[in-house]
Design a protein around this ligand. Structure first.
Ligand SMILES: [Zn+2]
Length: 334
């Protein structure tokens, strides 16, 4: 940590490599485990808030820097339309004479009522933002002065039982035990992905993804970055009527139900369907590798819908579930 004129900051972001921000020193290790490190139901990196200045190290939509949530979660529809998902704050916040909208870079312009509503909120909020001429820096939010200390970190961790995460992994009871156990193994990185097998020196042949063949087959790739699983998440988000699902790790998938605006019973169904989808993706991957399966994302989504229907109907009080209604909207009966 470095003291910049009496103000504490983290000298962590040092440059860009392959379009991703490179992070130096001990914080590199911390950021590597951030996806797996939760404190009081929050990721460790959500406890660090960026204070953007004249550099390009704080990501506009992904990092926490404005308000109390990253903008990708605040405006999910706009995040879906953003062409450069990891753009930095300086890329999108006008310095002086530029207009906010001129700096936007969309795959297509926002047109739906929800997208336009998010855009109006976006413009209003950014209107009041002025970037300083200082360097970008990070502050540790659990501390009033923004200062990180091992004492502060330890007291947070010792207080935390991580019950939220454990509860998320357990999953609702209408999902069969084999699926819930599968999810445990997935979250603990205990699945025999090709990357995991290579690390144990028991892989024969390629370590590329068994579904898309484009990228090393880690669990994070297979369930979040793979074009096949992204197709499944797209179809699922349309079906359950939530904003597009963008997962950077399997932990993000455990959070999808939180973005669903409905009562707890409906959240339970969404949570279960995410587990079923992970199960179906893994099954399709195995079928493609070992049984010449097609691994088509529409087939995988169809499997999610069928298994979800079968299990919810037979393992919950929703005995009168109707297939046609279910296909339109899975929480129709609530
Ligand atoms: Zn893939």
């Amino acid at each position: 940590m470095i003291d910049y004129g009496g103000k504490w900051c983290l000298p962590v972001m040092v440059g860009k490599e392959d379009g991703l921000l490179a992070i130096a020193g001990v914080w590199n290790n911390i950021m590597k485990v951030e996806a797996k490190t939760w404190i009081k139901g929050k990721r460790i990196n959500s406890l660090m808030k960026g204070v953007p200045g004249n550099e390009c190290y704080i990501r506009f939509r992904i990092d926490l820097w404005l308000g109390d949530t990253p903008l990708m979660f605040k405006w999910p529809r706009l995040f879906a339309l953003e062409r450069i998902k990891d753009c930095c704050v300086k890329d999108r916040v006008p310095a002086s004479n530029e207009e906010i909208l001129q700096l936007c870079c969309w795959d297509r312009s926002p047109v739906t009522s929800v997208e336009v509503a998010e855009l109006v909120e976006y413009v209003n909020l950014l209107n009041g933002v002025v970037l300083s001429a200082a360097k970008d820096k990070w502050v540790w939010t659990p501390d009033g002065a923004g200062k990180f200390s091992t004492f502060s970190f330890k007291s947070l961790v010792s207080d935390d039982s991580s019950e939220d995460v454990l509860f998320s992994v357990k999953g609702p009871r209408w999902v069969p035990l084999k699926c819930r156990i599968f999810m445990w193994r997935l979250v603990l990185d205990r699945l025999p992905s090709r990357e995991a097998l290579r690390k144990r020196n028991i892989l024969v042949g390629s370590d590329m993804c068994g579904l898309c063949g484009d990228g090393v087959e880690s669990v994070d790739h297979l369930f979040s970055a793979c074009s096949y699983s992204m197709g499944v998440w797209n179809r699922l988000s349309e079906w359950i009527k939530v904003p597009p699902i963008f997962a950077f790790s399997v932990y993000d998938l455990l959070e999808v139900h939180r973005g669903f605006e409905g009562e707890d019973k409906a959240k339970d169904i969404v949570r279960g369907l995410v587990l079923v989808a992970c199960w179906a993706i893994w099954k399709a991957r195995n079928d493609k590798i070992f049984s010449n399966g097609r691994g088509d994302f529409e087939d995988i989504f169809g499997e999610v819908r069928s298994l979800g229907f079968l299990w919810l109907k037979s393992r919950s009080k929703h005995r009168n579930l109707v297939w046609r209604e279910w296909c339109n909207y899975p929480s129709y009966m609530l």
